[in-house]
Design a protein around this ligand. Structure first.
Ligand SMILES: [Fe+2]
Length: 242
């Protein structure tokens, strides 16, 4: 159980506001059975300078690890980013620096409107030109714009779809979420946690929902994708960053 999408790094974005809040979020993840957390602060290419973002991220994680909290001995933490879609991302040479834990997987937040074929092809080019595997963040949020029709095509061209735990927990969307999982549309889960109250760590709750409804383990594809990411990823360590 890997939380592939979270905003646990302090003072990076609209997520954790302090080291204490970050540690509380990570402790909660561990309590819920999460075995590794990828911290994926928002990267907005129109607003953020790439180098400046990476420096800020480095500073944030060093500051967090320097607390020496025991949670870091128990729960591996990986760096990543939630990269807002932009035209030309497939040709951006710095894109690998934003990948999940240094793996070939890159978490992309797609536009919140009806996707054009050019946008869809830019995602495909991330795979075919940049040689990276696009992971579309919280796919359930694009359904309202009629973008489900693109999901099958993108998966066939090598993209991976991630949904938030909330998709499974919310009783209004639970059935749809389970159906997506069964059909193999969802291959990764994330909490997308931001804070302790309004957007908390809830990965374990989603797993409980999935396991309570299905007899056969429907998480096989998720587990396999998690393994592939971890195989190419490196966690941050206290020794390197303290
Ligand atoms: Fe997010």
């Amino acid at each position: 159980m890997i939380d592939i999408h979270s905003h646990v790094l302090p003072k990076m974005d609209d997520g954790s506001k302090s080291r204490e809040e970050s540690i509380a979020l990570l402790r909660e993840a561990y309590k819920q059975g999460v075995e590794a957390v990828f911290s994926t602060p928002h990267f907005y290419p129109k607003r953020d300078d790439p180098e400046d973002f990476l420096k800020r991220r480095d500073h944030s994680v060093r500051s967090l690890l320097s607390t020496g909290d025991e949670i870091f001995q128990k729960l591996p933490l990986y760096l990543g980013a939630e990269v807002a879609f932009f035209y030309g991302m497939s040709r951006f040479e710095g894109l690998p620096d934003f990948c999940l834990g240094g793996s070939e997987y890159i978490l992309i937040e797609m536009p919140f409107d009806k996707w054009t074929s050019e946008e869809v092809e830019e995602v495909v080019a991330v795979k075919e030109t940049a040689g990276l595997i696009p992971v579309l963040a919280h796919v359930e949020r694009y359904l309202a714009f009629g973008n489900k029709k693109h999901f099958g095509y993108l998966i066939a061209r090598g993209a991976v779809l991630q949904s938030n735990a909330e998709f499974f927990i919310d009783r209004r969307s639970k059935r749809k979420a389970l159906s997506f999982l069964k059909k193999g549309l969802i291959s990764l889960l994330g909490s997308d946690c931001h804070n302790l109250d309004r957007r908390p760590e809830n990965y374990g709750d989603a797993i409980d929902v999935i396991r309570s409804v299905k007899r056969r383990d429907p998480l096989v594809s998720v587990n396999e994708t998690e393994k592939r990411i971890l195989a190419g990823a490196r966690p941050v360590t206290i020794d390197q960053n303290a």
